[in-house]
Ligand binder design. Structure first.
Ligand code: MG
Ligand code: ZN
Length: 460
């Protein structure tokens, strides 16, 4: 961080107030980079790594320890999409900017505003004879991975996007994440097609450590996205990343996308518990990659977010306090806790157990019981409707009502604030590890991230 402040100070001294890079910075000619690892932390606005610092802090020392993120901060990135979509990006336009260096409309998967395909860093790497890999905690055909691998006018075309992974020519050597529902369908079995194309296939985390690293690998571990980090034993992003690396290493180098997909999902639900757990999963992965770069100095890592989600703030309602203590004690996701409470009677004991045994206020218990009763009676009413009428509305969910009620107790206890269930337009932090980190320094734009990666891939 000290280095960043110094270089920012030097930059503003020499460039006046123009801190934004107008042209892509050229790599420093020292260690040649043959491998690039791009990490996207979906939805991770600047408040998330700060929150993680307090969450991960050792409470036995008076100082707040630096995190793995803090050590590698190099700057910030703007995230706005093409002007037809205003200033607040979605993950598709964000990923297109990061992958192809082109601003586009929200929902676009690596096509420009005229719906024409734009080449991505992954595709260029493949064309140049490198190996390529994608590791995500969402389904592998979700917006972010899709925008690195393929082109589509809409992120919502999940089946078409999955089909294109085969039909446009397979351009990945390793593909790990979720997505059975899109790959094993009645009309088409893409898993079989990957196998016919010479891929090994695994559908179980246990098998990650036993794959044959000489072979191409497809690993799908869930119907849609993977279970939240808190419910899958943790460390799955790291395990998948390690396996992918063992398959990708080769003399021509590789490009790999790693996405911590579910920081965004937690934040859309205003769920600070899962947001911190997903950040922890990512932190473990980044710490491993730091050591990987130390022993493989021809590897460059860059990490950023596509946008911020939820408008997370670390204090709320005029109170000068942010208290992540209870979050460190949470052993399951709040969503799983909500499911358990939907399936059983809510008592002070069961509720307190679901919430890291915090001391509950009477109104907390009443609120949760009321939320459940209300949702149950809405569900009853819904079930009385004709099928025609049912189609016109969403089926009331008791679990979701409880999830919201629990999140609100957690927000109150930790004094966490949220301003939206969607995205915001704030800049996001950029981190880099490796000899060419300077390319990503300062205040850059999301398109500069792709431009930097293109430069690295092409030089070597
Ligand atoms: Mg994403
Ligand atoms: Zn989102």
């Amino acid at each position: 961080m000290k280095k960043l402040l110094l270089s920012l100070a030097v930059a503003s001294f020499t460039l006046g107030c123009n801190a934004t890079s107008e042209t892509t910075k050229q790599p420093v000619t020292k260690t040649p980079v043959t491998n690039v690892i791009m990490i996207v932390a979906d939805g991770m606005g600047p408040a998330f790594p700060t929150a993680y610092r307090y969450y991960a802090d050792n409470p036995l020392t008076p100082n707040i320890e630096q995190t793995i993120f803090d050590k590698h901060l190099v700057g910030m990135s703007s995230t706005y999409p093409a002007q037809e979509s205003g200033r607040v990006t979605d993950s598709a336009a964000g990923a297109t900017a990061l992958a192809a260096g082109v601003k586009t409309y929200n929902s676009a998967i690596s096509v420009d505003v005229n719906k024409q395909p734009v080449e991505t860093v992954l595709q260029r790497a493949k064309a140049l004879g490198k190996k390529t890999g994608v590791v995500v905690t969402s389904q592998v055909n979700h917006a972010t991975p899709a925008a690195y691998i393929t082109h589509n006018e809409s992120r919502k075309n999940y089946n078409a996007i999955a089909d294109s992974y085969i039909d446009n020519g397979i351009n990945v050597d390793v593909l790990l994440g979720g997505g059975w529902q899109y790959f094993i369908r009645e009309d088409r079995n893409l898993v079989n097609e990957f196998k016919q194309a010479g891929f090994d296939y695994i559908d179980n985390f246990e098998l990650l450590s036993q794959t044959n690293s000489h072979n191409k690998l497809l690993g799908l571990f869930a119907d849609v996205g993977l279970p939240p980090a808190l419910d899958n034993g943790g460390g799955k992003l790291l395990e998948m990343t390690k396996t992918a690396l063992s398959h990708l290493e080769n003399p021509n180098g590789f490009f790999m996308l790693v996405e911590a997909s579910q920081v965004d999902w937690a934040a859309h639900s205003n769920d600070i518990n899962s947001a911190m757990a997903e950040m922890h999963d990512l932190a473990q992965t980044l710490a491993y990659l730091e050591s990987y770069v130390a022993s493989n100095p021809n590897t460059q890592v860059v990490l950023t977010a596509d946008h911020s989600t939820g408008g997370l703030t670390l204090a709320a309602k005029g109170e000068y306090r942010w208290s992540p203590e209870m979050l460190r004690e949470m052993k399951t996701s709040t969503s799983a806790a909500a499911q358990a409470l939907a399936d059983s009677e809510i008592t002070e004991t069961s509720l307190s157990a679901a919430l890291a045994n915090i001391t509950l206020e009477n109104k907390d218990i009443t609120n949760v019981i009321e939320a459940k009763e209300k949702a149950l009676s809405k569900l009853q009413a819904y079930l009385q409707l004709t099928p025609e009428q049912q189609k016109k509305q969403r089926k009331p969910s008791v679990k979701y009502a409880l999830y919201r009620a629990l999140n609100s107790i957690i927000d109150h206890n930790t004094n966490t604030g949220w301003t939206t269930s969607g995205h915001t337009a704030v800049d996001v932090p950029v981190y880099a590890i490796g000899a060419q980190s300077a390319i990503f320094e300062g205040l850059i734009d999301n398109t500069d991230v792709a431009k930097g990666v293109f430069t690295l891939i092409e030089k070597n």
